[in-house]
Design a protein around this ligand. Sequence first.
Ligand code: PLP
Length: 465
Amino acid sequence: MPPASTTPAGAPATGAGSPAPVGGPGLPQERRLATEIPGPRSKEKMARRDRFVATGVSTTLPVFVEAAGGGVLVDVDGNSLIDLGSGIAVVGVGNAAPRVAERVAAQARAFTHTCFMVTPYDGYVDVCEQLSALTPGDHDKRSALLNSGAEAVENAVKVARAHTGRSAVAVVDHAYHGRTNLTMAMTAKSMPYKHSFGPFANEVYRAPMSYPFREPVPITGPAAADRAIDVLEKQVGAANLACLVIEPILGEGGFVVPADGFLPRLREWTAAHGIVLVADEIQTGFCRTGDWFACDHEGVVPDLITTAKGIAGGLPLAAVTGRAEIMDSVHVGGLGGTYGGNPVACAAALGAIETMREQDLPARARAIGTLVGERLRAIADRHACVGDVRGRGAMMAVEVVDEDGRSPHPVRAAAVSAYCHAHGVVTLTCGTYGNVLRFLPPLVISDALLTEAFDVVAEAFDATA
Ligand SMILES: *Cc1c(COP(=O)(O)O)cnc(C)c1O
């Protein structure tokens, strides 16, 4: 055996000897451009990335991050970028949030893994207790913890099938549920999520969504729900449906907020037919929309809820939570996985949830929604290419359209986004047509930074007009 100090051939050349960077809210909360974006060091690192990382794994903004916290990402060239993405709605509590970092460090020193299915530990049970308390409805609940959102959705379907003895799964147009085989079938959009990856899992059926901006004629929420119900009753049959899985506000599909009354009507219908209603709150959950969960807004109580992203301040953790009698219809050993509910990830979740409570992040998300909504409506007043401003809380978006006020204009959306990136603001796009600019700031971002970021977004619309 080689001596312990010998590094293997090709060991990382970076970072040796330099002090570990410190992130968190202590970072200067400022936009600072030290170089062009991306800077020279990021460019070098991208070239190395391309030599070792698979092409299929994409990069939105090619800057390498060294530290992050509050509302900023600091890159290896010394640029400080304002974060309007939160790593896709993950670090709502901020990056390297103190309560998360402290609990993770303590847990990593105590033990890093036993596998909960082999020997249990408190963190897992504590997270499940929190999920029982925080998710919609005051009925008796049980949870299972997993590693990723897609895995949570797969497990929700397994539970619904075991409970109902039925196999069909209903989803809606523009849905996004993940990239595993079953969740690819449930996800609507072909490119890039499904293209060339079939065949997909069967027994997945798609119903029309309520998409107020794109309805050919205005339609109320309950009428849109009846339209979806009609398709499912005629083409699948309520008696064959194990579950209806739906995001209360669509995430990757374009931040589509269904018309009022759409979800309550679906709740009534699924309850009447013994169909398990699964709310996929992986993107909307944990304070993002101004409530703990997006279902809370209309008082909809799903049977099962899937969570991930915002739950653990950046560590991989996901859950299915639901009615005890439904969750417990699965035989012993039927749910689980090697890493599901890893103790370090659970410690992170407990730190994140503590932060959300202490800082009342649902209220903070509502305040962000007010500020961002005003800024976006002001941009819409000056630019006809903004067809729709929508969202809730700290999950806001604009849909960018052509001169006709309707046709999707993904090229313009990409140009606005690219301008923001070049000027130190991290923005993301989404939507079936790729023409939606979405804004997902960390909930701990300051008003000053948010205001500056939307000054840049407004400039971006002017500059690309
Ligand atoms: C991100 C997302 C998923 C998939 O989560 P992963 O952790 O990427 O597997 C599923 N559903 C929704 C609504 C999401 O936003």
